[in-house]
Design a protein around this ligand. Sequence first.
Ligand code: ZN
Length: 602
Amino acid sequence: MIDYRLKLLSPQRHIFEVELTIQNPDPDGQVVYLPAWIRGSYLIRDYARHIVSIEANANGQQLTLNKLDKQSWQIESVKQPLTINYQVYAWELTVRSAHFDNTHAYFNGPALFLAVRGQELMPCRLEVVAPQFKPQKEWWVAFSMKPEKIDDRGFGTYQADDYETLIDHPGEIGDYTESRFEVAGCNHRFVVSGVKRFDHEKLSLHLSQICEKQVEMFGELPVQDYLFLLRVVDDGYGGLEHKNSTSLIFPRDDLPAKHDHKITSGYRRLLALCSHEYFHLWNVKRITPKVFLEKNTQQEVYTRQLWVFEGITSYYDELMLVRSGVISKQDYFEMLAETVTRVMRGSGRLKQTLEESSFDVWTKFYKQDENAPNAIVSYYAKGALFALLLDLTIRLQSNGRSSLDQVMREMWLRYGKQGKGVPENGIETIVAEVTSLDLQSLFDLGLRSTDELPLTECLSAFGVEMKLLPAKSFDDRGGVIRDKEREQKSYTGIGAKWTNKNGGIKVQQVFDDGAAQRAGISAGDEIVAVDGLRMTAKQFENYIVDTDAGDDIEVHLFRRDQLMSLLMQPQLAAFDTCYFDLTEPSDEAVKQRLSDWLMGNG
Ligand code: ZN
């Protein structure tokens, strides 16, 4: 047994203290280390940089620690049990790190718990020690790890089968609010911190419906209980999946208000995020790439199949909202239109394939700079569209006998449930076996080429007409056609993104071949005037909409400290904004196909 004690040392200094006791240290000098990254988030984070002090003792004697590299230490050789005490600075409020002050303490295992080399498969015990200071309100522990001996508020000891399990349970300690609901007879907790008042009941009801649909699709729920940990903030978005829980961060104002029966687009986004992380409980936490099971998190691990784990999950997270009846068909297609639009607006989709996007995740998707839209494609967004194409193609070619649902069930039975990793291209084999269809050319097109996905043709067979139109305004993200007279000319073609900063307009991104790039505008430029007039971003946008494509506009800008004047000719807006026409199909077979897909039959 490896013993960890977690102490809330100093909220003012944001310092956790960990005491690690190793009963049988390596007689040649025990090595301990922290992970470089956290599973589910593919960026080297070097957690060890936040360890501010560390010491080791055995039998009252201080031992020498020899630092081996950025994240590992070797302790002087001893034959008796040894204890390591170390302090960790925690002041990063994201779902991948740790954060501690006088309002709460939040942590992820990789940020706090040193691994004991050679004993990673040993069971671990974690004691969460109650704070020695007095918080303003009573603190509780929200934690999904198996309790061993805890008090009413959750302080005490917990158990994990091994080190990987130990670090897969994020914890929140504070005065959060909690609601409970059941899914498939199992207890689910929804814990919210940083809170305002909102409609707990509505959220619990909707989530239970969404989760039930997912259990129905996979055929079983492989956990006894599940914990949603939500931190609400004024501005922020993120989620990270774990085997028995998820950590989420989301804007406060998008939580469902009491007595408001509408499902706002913000609340819909929250439901989709929860749905996404819950789907991961199967897809990626248990159905997982073989290479993830073989390698630890000390350095990068490469796979070409992140589209399976993030793309397919992104496809189902929204689909489950409509399948459970929580949102309408119209709402679903609005979300889908936004995904298509997002992909169509980046010319990076013509340069990077889905498999490349996955493989290069460490240096590209997770290290995006201003050129990202021109250089890369998202394995989430394009992955979701490919999953849609795959599902619809299977349904169509098999005459409704097969579906992606069936493929995912088989992925669960063959890999996830058995604890076996999915080999590269594993899903292609399963698709061929489950459906008896030859979809090799579809996989080659979608995963290994940058050709456009034939979504329009495919959706049309389901009675859904997809159109690509010019954006009607700068914030047009696509949607569902509600009026028929909308194909007006549009002059928003400038090909750049900006923010209004300190009264000036700061260019964030410049798209390849857009009017801004042709004029010589670059990311980072600060536009101070247009045709001699000072403008806000909104005024600038209106000004461009009122200008005919091809007319000259003089743009005055600062690049660093240098004032420049450039001529720009706005273009006609590109046909990059997705709209769906949902006119009820007259053909009965088409109607049935659409309903089977949206309702999850097959
Ligand atoms: Zn995900």
